[in-house]
Design a protein around this ligand. Structure first.
Ligand SMILES: *Cc1c(COP(=O)(O)O)cnc(C)c1O
Length: 365
């Protein structure tokens, strides 16, 4: 018997169930002759705001832009500090630098992989202006203590929701706790477009209006420019596709949660599994296990026709791009996670049988 390769993910298979609706949406947009900031974008913005339970949503060109523009809205003085988790994807940290701000890295809780609220206060200085939390792998951060610290020190809170579409903390969706939720719709995310796309959510009308101007050259009224803006608009074609997929986001998330529950139940205790807790509705953008012999484990799985990924192999503070910026600081938890983490297949196109086979192979390692 030849075993079929289990891919980590297939964007083609993932999008197959939506193919007919995408084609119709594309044909309608083409027919409309309107490609930038039209009905598709405003419809998707309203739908996504309703989905999250936030007052406003503004469509943007990418998740990185959503983070950059969210921070830009506050006009912090150059050199102000922003608290960021040390184990995030580098985009979060780049957004801080693109605003001439200084990222201050705080270590994660090794059980949840999210920023450890008990370590935030020690990193606050007179220059700290904001906390940029990341709901990593599809699990919400512990928002109660984070919001209470932010309130106490008068800090803004931006949530990086690139991996957490539909995730909840105590019954409330990510992106609705802080001043802004910043979303990416990169094709592999739980709500993925067929190209680059992003959005912010907020309850604040003024911030929302400012984001809408910033994404469009700083202009709300044509040829009247209020801010030094940029071009970061969600386009009509992608917005149409996103409306198609949003209708089934809950289904995508429940499928991933079901697959995760199989891993949780059947994987041997030799692997460190994600922690699940009643206060959190996790959407498993990524399902990670940890193991001291991660690289051997990965090779072993590949020999058995199972592809995996590593999120992420190098922590931000060890990246060449950020060389010298965190000298004298140590992030042992982050380094430990990066050395031992392995992401297992968990997508809308994987079946329970796939996961069963992966578990069987893993438990024989
Ligand atoms: C994907 C991702 C981003 C960046 O989103 P893009 O749309 O690719 O710009 C930012 N932060 C996190 C945590 C991500 O996973």
């Amino acid at each position: 018997m030849t075993l079929i390769m289990i891919e980590y993910e297939s964007l083609k298979l993932l999008n197959t169930p939506f193919m007919e609706s995408y084609k119709k949406s594309f044909a309608d947009t083409l027919e409309s002759g309107w490609f930038i900031l039209g009905n598709n974008v405003s419809t998707f913005e309203q739908e996504f705001a309703v989905y999250n339970g936030s007052n406003y949503c503004a469509g943007l060109a990418s998740g990185l832009d959503a983070l950059i523009l969210a921070l830009r809205c506050f006009d912090f003085p150059a050199g102000s500090e922003v608290i960021v988790p040390s184990n995030t994807y580098i985009a979060t940290i780049l957004a801080v630098y693109h605003n001439n701000l200084v990222p201050v890295l705080v270590e994660p809780d090794p059980l949840t992989y999210n920023i450890d609220p008990s370590k935030i206060e020690a990193s606050i200085t007179a220059k700290t202006k904001a906390i940029l939390v990341v709901h990593l792998y599809g699990k919400a951060c512990d928002m109660d203590p984070i919001m209470s610290i932010a309130g106490q020190y008068n800090l803004k809170v931006v949530e990086d929701c690139a991996q957490s579409h539909g995730a909840e903390y105590k019954g409330k969706k990510t992106g609705t706790f802080g001043d802004f939720g910043a979303f990416s719709f990169y094709p592999t995310k739980n709500l993925g477009a067929l190209g680059d796309a992003g959005a912010i959510t907020t309850d604040d009308k003024e911030l929302y209006e400012k984001i809408k101007a910033l994404r469009n050259y700083g202009s709300k009224v044509k040829y009247i420019n209020k801010y030094i803006g940029t071009n970061s608009r969600l386009d009509e074609i992608q917005a149409g596709f996103l409306s198609v997929k949003l209708k089934r986001l809950n289904e995508i998330n429940s499928h991933k949660r079901r697959l995760a529950s199989l891993y949780q139940e059947w994987l041997s205790v030799d692997f460190i599994k994600p922690v699940v807790h009643d206060d959190y509705f996790d959407v498993f953008h990524i399902y990670t296990i940890r193991h001291p012999e991660r690289d051997q484990l990965r090779a072993y799985l590949l020999e058995h026709h199972i592809k995996t990924e590593i999120h992420y192999p190098i922590p931000p503070h060890q990246q060449k791009a950020l060389e010298g910026k965190f000298e004298g600081f140590h992030y042992p938890i982050s380094e430990e996670i990066h050395q031992t983490t392995l992401s297992l297949p968990i997508s809308f196109c994987h079946t329970e049988q796939d996961i069963g086979r992966i578990i069987e192979v893993l438990n024989q390692f």
